[in-house]
Design a protein around this ligand. Structure first.
Ligand SMILES: *[C@@H]1O[C@H](CO)[C@@H](O)[C@H](O)[C@H]1NC(C)=O
Ligand SMILES: CC(=O)N[C@H]1CO[C@H](CO)[C@@H](O)[C@@H]1O
Length: 232
């Protein structure tokens, strides 16, 4: 009986691995500042792997996360993570989120999640913070060259670069480092960043055609990329 169940779970997990592509996995998010939508009441499940599998099986289109308490084995299925929802309670346990993927080339490896949609720059920052991450810091040519694999579908996309503090001084998110002047020439669109008498264009986005950068009004709504350290 137990063996059969194990086998069924194994198949489910295997199927999930196949359908989501090998690099999409659930990551444990340490110290999340928000939580997921709770999709239904939780249940007792023997492992976090089978919790993940059942979340996918019971909520196929919306399961994006789950919470698992190692001690009580409570498994709570979750959807997208949003600052409107509370972070996991002690009873719910640890948060696992499926969205980050490792993208790499010979020169660079990043751990990123692409959020397609309508977020202002501030909303994007909040969303990344929810997941204990920050907007993508594309501070080397090698990281820039990975963009084509991250921004899918191609769309205007916020990265973590802005000159909100001092006009014309672009700072990378999550650091206090300014952009390298040579890199700036290479990755901004011709004639950008705009430094006329309008101060409004303070946040930087990847454009949808050549994946080059442009500075845009921070309130505009578009996609964004969050980045976490690579590990595991
Ligand atoms: C699981 O729940 C117990 C009892 O509610 C709690 O004491 C414990 O901290 C929780 N464990 C985790 C890993 O969150
Ligand atoms: C300097 C700094 O703010 N570092 C933070 C960058 O973002 C990570 C989360 O991805 C934090 O853990 C660091 O403390």
């Amino acid at each position: 009986m137990n063996l059969l169940l194990d086998y069924a779970i194994f198949l489910e997990v295997f199927f999930i691995a196949l359908t989501n592509g090998s690099s999409a996995r659930f990551d444990k998010i340490t110290r999340p500042s928000c939580g997921p939508t709770r999709l239904s009441p939780g249940w007792v499940d023997k492992s976090k792997l089978s919790c993940a599998a059942r979340c996918k099986a019971r909520h196929p289109t919306v399961c994006r996360s789950f919470m698992y308490n190692k001690t009580t084995k409570l498994c709570t299925p979750g959807g997208d993570i949003n600052s409107a929802y509370p972070s996991p309670s002690t009873v719910e346990g640890d948060l696992y989120y499926q969205g980050f993927k490792v993208v790499s080339s010979v020169q660079a490896t990043v751990n990123v999640a692409f959020f397609y949609g309508t977020y202002s720059y501030a909303d994007s920052e909040t969303n990344c913070e929810c997941l204990n991450s920050h907007l993508f810091v594309m501070d080397t040519w090698n990281k820039w060259s990975l963009l084509d694999d991250i921004v899918r579908p191609r769309s205007y996309t916020w990265i973590g670069l802005d000159d909100r503090t001092v006009e014309g001084k672009f700072v990378w998110a999550n650091t206090s480092r300014f952009i390298d002047p040579i890199l700036k020439q290479l990755i901004f669109q011709a004639g950008q960043p705009y430094s006329g008498n309008s101060d409004a264009q303070d946040c930087v986005a990847v454009t949808d055609i050549l994946l080059q950068l442009d500075d845009i009004e921070c309130g505009k709504r578009m996609s964004h990329i969050c980045e976490r350290p690579t590990y595991q």
